[in-house]
Design a protein around this ligand. Sequence first.
Ligand code: ZN
Length: 91
Amino acid sequence: MTTIRIGPLEIPVEYADLGPGVFGKWHPFPSPRIEINDKAPEPMQALALLHECIHALCDLHGIRANEQTVSTLEMVLAQFMRDNPSVFASV
Ligand SMILES: [Zn+2]
């Protein structure tokens, strides 16, 4: 199972059919977890994982971010990570 580590938490990432039009979900309660729609095309699954991780990072660090802000950060970070892969190899 894939997990994402945020602070002291190991957050499970579960892949399942979430229905049409839903790429992913962040569930802070009762136990933090992320769901990704395994029926979505693979690039969309990767973007959805980034999107839900941004939700999780914001929630768990007390950062207020509305849906528009999270969506904008998703695209900005995806492009930055794709354009600068060597930066992340050494982090
Ligand atoms: Zn969202």
